[in-house]
Design a protein around this ligand. Structure first.
Ligand SMILES: NC(=O)C1=CN([C@@H]2O[C@H](COP(=O)(O)OP(=O)(O)OC[C@H]3O[C@@H](n4cnc5c(N)ncnc54)[C@H](O)[C@@H]3O)[C@@H](O)[C@H]2O)C=CC1
Ligand SMILES: O=C(O)C(=O)COP(=O)(O)O
Length: 533
């Protein structure tokens, strides 16, 4: 059945065509996102949800989204999506990080000019027939200092436009390197320094707990008298009441505000104040940007729903459509190794170590690690996937280490997983051959070469005669057919393991018979998510 996507915001209809061309069924209901009760009612039917900023994807919506696999944001900010809730439920959240950045940067520049020359008020006055030439004295931009807070994609475009306008540009961004600042022709400064020096301040950070209210009364007090502030990022970055006070007192000479603490902003403390220029979250609203983001989000979501390729996901490593065919068998293998360790382990896991050897080390190991963790956690929580597993591992306080190394054995490459509980450390390694099928190649440091089946029995024993006969007889008498039987031992007469791939489920009763034998130290029935041959 074709996956179904709901478009619940005003996306360009380009998206609809792309979904259809790619074999995705699509419901285009651009106003539905604003009606949260309706969204709650219908969301359970969809595999994908495509949104802009008007749809609020709350925890409640996510709870009701029983089939949802992907939320696609046609734009940048995902603060309207409860990402922790989506991740816990295994829903990928993706955005289009570049599609509207030029457009938004241009809007910031447009607002800067509008504020510098009081354009909207001058326009209204002129059209009212007042001709108030003396009322609208502006300021020149050339030679002024532009302070950019947040110098990522949009901030750096604004910065270079500022340089082009002959402004002196200073930027505060903890992640901006000195080299990048030099490349942009700007100066990297501390926040207080920016406040002290800037004639215009423009905000371009995401909305996080750190950036919330970054422009408040205290910050405004540190600024130059007559500063002008532009916000095209998120409303919550500015304490609106404090900005309104700053404007009223004359400390702040003007503000360009595209985004509000509460949207849609039908009322605001900023409305009606002198030289405050407001737009209704128009930063991304150009034909070009909307085409870009609609096309991108529809392609990304279709690629995921149809081909399993992951691009621009906030909560999951990327898997390109090109690497997906090569990576998929190893993702399966990684899940199986995790699943083996998860099922074999009865005690709380303290530490997980994953080693990527040989050519596997050159693969997308972030995706592989997520798959190992999903397999590992699945024995405790059935509803887990590559998105939610890393979060669950973190929540459980499990220590995770990953390492990569050059080819170290007879295989071209493999994955080794080692899991430590309070009682012991278990290790298992596996690889995929050219047939794409996963194989166990080492358990507890003992080499073997075992196919992976849907139903398996894993035994540890001492290397003594009669084990094969005993297992064969016991399972045979119980009517359990053995498809494949692999043995391994540390040394002659030493620790040994047996891994049996059987043709059907193994009951507790049969397993108890195996466990009861003095030839067997431990026996476990393991189930893997692979189709029976
Ligand atoms: N008004 C509108 O319609 C639009 C608004 N936006 C908003 O613009 C903002 C920026 O978008 P991009 O540049 O694409 O994001 P980005 O992720 O490329 O850049 C954000 C930058 O902020 C920096 N940053 C993070 N925390 C910081 C802090 N505490 N102080 C200073 N810098 C900090 C990061 O290091 C990063 O360089 C987002 O909030 C986004 O939602 C984006 C598109 C349209
Ligand atoms: O991309 C972003 O972060 C934006 O804020 C644009 O929002 P919009 O898609 O215009 O509702």
């Amino acid at each position: 059945m074709a996956p179904r996507v709901l478009v619940s915001d005003k996306l360009s209809e380009t998206a609809v065509q792309i979904f259809r061309d790619r074999g995705v069924e699509v419901d285009f209901q651009p106003d539905l996102g604003k009606d949260k009760d309706k969204l709650l009612e219908v969301i359970g039917q969809y595999d994908g949800l495509a949104i802009r900023s008007a749809t609020k994807v709350t925890e409640k919506i996510i709870e009701a989204a029983t089939n949802l696999k992907v939320i696609g944001r046609a734009g940048i900010g995902v603060d309207n999506v409860d990402i922790p809730a989506a991740s816990k439920k295994g829903i990928i959240v993706m955005n289009t990080p570049f599609g509207n950045s030029i457009t938004t940067a241009e809007h910031a520049i447009a607002l800067m000019f509008a504020v510098a020359r009081q354009l909207p008020a001058a326009d209204a006055s002129t059209q009212a027939g007042k001709w108030e030439k003396n009322r609208f004295m502006g300021v020149e931009i050339t030679g002024k200092t532009l302070g950019v807070i947040g110098c990522g994609n949009i901030g750096s475009i604004v910065a270079t436009r500022g340089v082009g306008l002959k402004m002196r540009v200073v930027a505060f961004d903890p992640f901006l390197s000195a080299e990048r600042a030099a490349e942009l022709g700007i100066e990297k400064v501390e926040l207080d320094d920016l406040f002290k020096r800037a004639d215009f301040i423009t905000l371009h950070t995401p909305m996080t707990d750190k950036t919330r209210g970054i422009i408040n009364a205290e910050a405004i007090a540190k600024m130059k008298d007559g500063v002008r502030i532009i916000n095209c990022a998120r409303g919550g970055l500015v304490v609106e009441a404090d900005l309104a006070e700053g404007i009223k007192s004359g400390k702040v000479a003007g503000a360009g505000v595209d985004v509000f603490e509460t949207e849609p902003a039908k009322d605001s403390v900023l409305f009606g104040l002198d030289n405050v220029v407001c737009t209704p979250h128009l930063g991304a609203s150009t034909t070009e940007a909307q085409e870009n983001v609609a096309l991108q989000v529809a392609e990304q979501m279709s690629d995921y729903l149809i081909r399993g390729a992951v691009t621009n996901a906030i909560n999951m490593p990327s898997i390109t459509a090109e690497e997906a065919p090569k990576l998929t068998p190893f993702v399966k293998l990684a899940d199986i190794l995790g699943s083996f360790a998860g099922q074999a382990t009865e005690n709380a896991i303290k530490k997980v170590e994953i080693t990527y050897d040989g050519h596997v080390a050159g693969m997308n190991t972030r995706a592989l690690t997520s798959a190992v963790l999903a397999g590992l956690i699945r024995s405790q929580v059935a509803d887990v996937n590559m998105v939610s597993a890393p979060i669950m591992v973190k929540e459980r306080g499990i220590q995770l280490t990953e390492s990569r190394r050059d080819k170290s054995g007879i295989f071209d490459g493999y994955i080794m997983l080692s899991v430590t509980t309070e009682k012991q450390t278990r290790s298992v390694a596996g690889t995929c051959f050219s047939d794409g099928k996963p194989r166990f190649i080492q358990i507890k440091g003992i080499g073997l070469e075992a196919e992976v089946g849907e139903n398996m029995i894993y035994c540890t024993n001492d290397d003594t005669p009669g084990v094969i006969g005993f297992l064969g007889n016991t399972l045979g008498e119980a009517g359990v057919n053995i498809a494949n039987f692999q043995l391994g031992r540390s040394a002659k007469g030493g620790d040994a393991i047996a891994l049996l791939y059987v043709d059907g489920p193994v009951s507790d009763e049969i397993l108890a018979k195996v466990q009861a034998s003095d030839k067997i130290n431990t026996a476990k029935y393991l189930k893997f998510a692979v189709a029976a041959e």
